[in-house]
Design a protein around this ligand. Structure first.
Ligand SMILES: O=c1ccn([C@@H]2O[C@H](COP(=O)(O)OP(=O)(O)O[C@H]3OC[C@@H](O)[C@H](O)[C@H]3O)[C@@H](O)[C@H]2O)c(=O)[nH]1
Length: 375
């Protein structure tokens, strides 16, 4: 503030030593000898006057200050003009955290991109992305331009399922068990990781329940921390041995908490509970899909599900193993339909839970006959 008038002692004039008032307390040690002029208090040593004009105009013109003022004004103006396009001003879901970019309010494009703008690539994590359903989801996400990180421990997933993406710069494959926490910066989390076939949850119940509980907890914690949207792939098994047919999402189910399938059925029910608790208590944007029986390429032939069993048996010309009287019904959806449903749910404004499946049911006997007929 050199333009402010300040007093300075004339050169060569030694300032008088400070007078200590009689009641002033000594808070620091002082030298035993009398202070020399060099030790005189700094407050009394005056700065030399700065040369140059002492006016506002002079101050602004010095050291390119005016340039910086103009630059600051330009940046502030650009920010406020572009703000409606860059940041969400009105989130449609009040509990949802705003993504970094939100073009939705200004666009007719399904991805919310105003004309003339390229959509920012979305960063997506798919846990269990090397599995049967996960790998098809990864195919579609990459196809639509997203950057995808697959997190998979290869317990049931296979590297071959995603090997065709290894050279894609928008694709990353991480060997990681979701039972352990992980920190990633993404916008979307598709949480699919879990052993899901009868063989696995029968012989690996601890792994199954840990993945459902601790894995889901870790991924929800990540979503909360980074403000990502989280989609849980739950299952029709949350209805247990249902007493209602067909099962609507409002049905609470009929589930055995201590049976051999409980690690999966109750595990997914707990995962749903955690998901809703993180939504209500932590403000995390969540989606829940309850997946019904699904079939398609990359199913493991030996995972014990009815479709893979019947196909394997038909190929080997073995008799088909119809359990019970074969009158139990199931519906079957093709994997690409399921993936389309998962992606639509993720980008919708609805939390769910939503049943994702085929409304057309038939008995296991009919399925076996169909397989035999086609063989
Ligand atoms: O060889 C077989 C296998 C199974 N089945 C019967 O076929 C029906 C379907 O059995 P699956 O194991 O394929 O499928 P489930 O309906 O029991 O569970 C399935 O659906 C929901 C998903 O979330 C689960 O991961 C999946 O296992 C059952 O009634 C089963 O008893 C046979 O009759 N023969």
């Amino acid at each position: 503030f050199s333009w402010l008038p300040h007093t300075s002692n004339p050169p060569h004039q030694t300032p008088p030593p400070p007078r200590r008032s009689p009641d002033m307390k000594q808070l620091h040690k002082s030298p035993t000898h009398a202070p020399s002029p060099a030790h005189a208090p700094a407050s009394k040593i005056s700065k030399p006057a700065r040369p140059g004009p002492r006016t506002w105009v002079g101050y602004l013109l010095r050291e390119q200050r005016l340039l910086f003022v103009l630059l600051g004004a330009l940046i502030a103006t650009s920010f406020f003009l572009l703000r409606p396009y860059l940041f969400s001003l009105s989130a449609s879901n009040p509990t949802e955290r705003s993504p970094i970019f939100n073009f939705a309010a200004h666009s007719s494009d399904p991805r919310g991109v105003p004309a003339g703008f390229r959509p920012p690539p979305r960063r997506v994590v798919v846990t269990g992305g090397a599995g049967f359903v996960g790998s098809h989801l990864v195919d579609r996400l990459l196809e639509q331009g997203d950057s995808v990180i697959v997190v998979d421990n290869f317990f049931t997933g296979r590297k071959e399922n995603v090997a065709h993406h290894l050279r894609n710069p928008r694709f990353e494959l991480l060997r990681h068990d979701v039972v352990e926490p992980i920190l990633l910066e993404v916008d979307r989390i598709y949480h699919l990781a879990c052993p899901a076939s009868p063989v696995h949850y029968k012989y690996n119940p601890i792994k199954t329940i840990k993945t459902n509980v601790m894995g889901t907890l870790n991924m929800l914690g990540l979503a909360k921390r980074i403000g990502a949207r989280f989609l849980l792939t739950s299952t029709s098994e949350v209805y247990g041995d249902p007493l209602e047919h067909p099962q609507k999402e409002t049905y609470w189910g009929h589930v055995n908490p201590i049976g051999v399938r409980s690690c999966y059925d109750e595990g997914k029910r707990t995962a749903e509970t955690l998901t809703m608790d993180y939504h209500r208590g932590g403000g995390v944007a969540v989606r829940i899909a309850r997946i019904f029986n699904t079939y398609g390429p990359r199913m493991c032939l030996d995972d014990g599900r009815v479709v893979s069993n019947f196909v394997a048996q038909a190929l080997r010309k073995h008799p088909m193993t119809v359990y019970g009287d074969g009158k139990q019904t199931r519906s079957f959806q093709y994997v690409s339909d399921l993936v389309a449903g998962l992606m639509a749910l993720m980008e919708s404004e609805h939390i769910g839970p939503f049943n994702l499946g085929n409304p057309g049911e038939f008995t296991m006997l009919e399925l076996a006959e169909g397989c035999e007929g086609n063989n």
